[in-house]
Design a protein around this ligand. Structure first.
Ligand SMILES: [Fe+2]
Ligand SMILES: [Fe+2]
Length: 183
């Protein structure tokens, strides 16, 4: 009995879902059931985008400036991270457009909006430290964004969770380099 009722209720839901899908088609993937504050999410994603782009530049700078013993392997690691931060930036920009927002890549505002900072670092140890600090900032901001989004926008949340996982790997890589270079 219960199963039949549930099936009927679901059938009614499907009819409602089909009806609603035809409304506001210009909103693309954003339907009436989108539970988050779209503008707020776009704003948060633009802060994350700025953070990622600043991280790309910082890691690139460090990649080219890494000098000293074992500098080649460290420089390679910096480059790998730069490329992964760029992938994150691209994923975020794509999601912003799906949410009918505009990715802001204006260089004049990037460093102001970024959570992490662009620090050049005076030597390799300093660069590693600054990268670790930036990763730890990124980890905390992604965690906060994930908590804010909760169940309201599962696609954005999943993307942020996968980026967070990467940032934790990055922080671990930098922590390992730091202990290797502190001795
Ligand atoms: Fe990243
Ligand atoms: Fe990172």
């Amino acid at each position: 009995m219960t199963t039949a009722n549930n099936t009927n209720e679901f059938a009614a839901d499907v009819a409602e879902i089909r009806r609603r899908a035809r409304e506001h088609m210009e909103d693309g993937p954003i339907t009436g059931s989108y539970g988050a504050d779209r503008e707020k999410v776009v704003k948060l994603l633009n802060e994350a985008l700025a953070t990622e782009l600043v991280c790309v530049l910082r890691y690139k700078r460090h990649h080219f400036m890494a000098r000293g013993i074992n500098s080649e392997s460290v420089a390679e690691e910096f480059l790998e991270h730069a490329n992964e931060e760029q992938e994150h930036a691209d994923q975020i920009a794509e999601r912003i457009t799906q949410l009918n927002g505009e990715p802001d890549m204006n260089p004049d505002v990037l460093s102001k909006r970024s959570h992490a900072q662009y620090v050049e670092g005076k030597d390799m140890l300093d660069m590693i430290k600054e990268n670790l600090v930036a990763e730890r900032i990124a980890i905390d901001s992604y965690k906060q964004m994930i908590l804010y989004i909760g169940e309201k926008d599962p696609t954005t949340r999943r993307m942020l969770e996968s980026i967070l996982e990467k940032e934790e790997e990055h922080a671990d890589d930098m922590a390992n380099l730091l202990s290797a270079h502190s001795n």
